[in-house]
Design a protein around this ligand. Sequence first.
Ligand SMILES: Cc1ncc(C[n+]2csc(CCOP(=O)(O)OP(=O)(O)O)c2C)c(N)n1
Ligand SMILES: [Mg+2]
Length: 621
Amino acid sequence: MSITERLTTAQAIIRFLKNQYVERDGQEHPFFAGCFGIFGHGNVAGMGQALQQNPDFRYYQSRNEQAMVHTAAAYAKMKNRLSTFACTTSIGPGATNMITAAAGATINRLPVLLLPGDIFARRNVAPVLQQLELPYSQDISVNDCFRPISRYWDRINRPEQIITALPEAMRVLASPAETGAVTLSLPQDVQAEATDYPAALFEKRVWTIPRPRPDADLLRKAAEWIRDSRRPLIVAGGGVLYSEATAALARFVEQTGIAVAETQAGKGALAYNNPLSLGAMGVTGTPGANIMAREADLIIGVGTRYSDFTTASKTAFQNPDVRFVNINVAEFDATKHAALPLVADAHVTLEELSGALSDYDTGEEYRARAQRFNKEWDAEVSRIYNLEHGPPISQGEVIGAVNAASGPQDVVLCAAGSLPGDLHKLWRTRDPKGYHLEYGYSCMGYEIAGGLGVKMADPEREVYVMVGDGSYLMMSQEIVTAVQEDIKLNIILIDNHGFASIGGLSQSVGSGGFGTHYRYRNDATGQLDGRPLPVDFAANARSLGAHVIEAADLPGLKAALAEAKGQTKTTVIVIETDREQRVAGYESWWDVPIAEVSAIDSVQRAYETYEEAKEKERYFL
Ligand SMILES: Cc1ncc(C[n+]2csc(CCOP(=O)(O)OP(=O)(O)O)c2C)c(N)n1
Ligand SMILES: [Mg+2]
């Protein structure tokens, strides 16, 4: 007779999760660091009860369901996807609050396990509080909204269904190619129901994260393409970091002399001062990266999904003969741009390519040119770091001060606004995990919640969360969670009275910044162009339990950053900046459609330049 154990569905889920491990390169890691949750009637008696009786699977409280998924995703990103959190919520709004961050996790290819409560499977008491009723079906709840943004989605209508659902959930979460948000919808009655589970379900399982090698013929061909190219360029994406391939990349680059441009997720793949580092690529890129990309006859994309910010809306690669070799563990990404696809792990593929290219070098001229770009860019960064603007000072100076104050191992973190572009260009990254940008979804509100996840993943590093006033107002409440867990974040809050980023964009499309300032409604104009709104960010952060320092100028900011270093609790530094003192764009373009007809002259003019620029967009077939 097989051995069974009588548990509720929720208890069995926790028992299973506790026993899941992943292994890569011979090293084993527990896959789940615990469970974030906010309780309501949809999970308090099910998952809540199960967590209570499993204190070794730690429960973390959050202020907002979206935030806790950001935290889990940031944690997973920092751990190179080898570990994450589960997230439990009530039904209805508690569940759907997770959707925004779940989409972010899937887009960024980061594993998170979502366990939203769901309406009664039993149905007799329907409609329950917070239930969506539809006249045409009883088989739908708001949790069906998770389907398009989940890499695996299931609804558990009977306790025994988890016996087959949980291993599938793990297969997807642990797969470098498939990973993203995984949703198991848990009807509130089913969570609390018990059955006899096979004991084997709870045995320790180790999921091996493989390092698939490329097809031998394709690898040979890729080496030929590289040998034949005169102007190759590597585009390094997040996959380089997740695969822990940065040292292999540095060796490959040193050996071959091929220069590297980095995407937002790939920044840090190469140290900023490596002579073959061209820095940021694309819309928010450096002149060197964008000029060399424009001329390149071969792009070697490593672990990149080629977002429009990387490809400058498909205008970045202008050489008529350009070809692509893509190294990617996901076939979906490997085949983009009609590339020669090396569907494989970045680390082992770079090593195999190194072996196949022992006779290859880009040559002195190429190397010298890349090095010149690297040096010139560093001088430009220094110029922007030391602008001596204002006060209010410039955002570039703030970035310079934070970079100087942070140690090489420390982490800067950001997600939305004008900061990501400026950081992509200006941050001097000294460690592969030193730069953490959520720029797949660029979700305002990720910053502080994400900072929490990074610090939980690596408490030894100082974490510098850089957040705009707009993002802060959208989601800052996780300061409370940081205080609750005694987790120290350094939060640099940049107050520029609204949306510098979208304000600038609005100007560039001819709309003059409409709707992007934080100002009172003006009775005279009827518009939002009155006095500035009187938000007291320092008082706000202090009220949540943070230590707060207000800085008025650059010396004040530097002193604040020094003081923050000595602090043991989460510290918020508030600094006002001049939103009009922007960092320029360099040799790139972004497709933001402009009104084809308009009553406003500036829009008409912007449309004409837009039409012209759009002609550079290419298909790669
Ligand atoms: C959740 C969400 N809503 C809207 C946007 C579009 N958006 C991008 S940046 C931005 C403004 C950000 O303002 P702030 O944080 O103050 O940064 P700043 O632009 O001033 O640098 C907006 C609204 C977004 N990225 N995320
Ligand atoms: Mg702002």
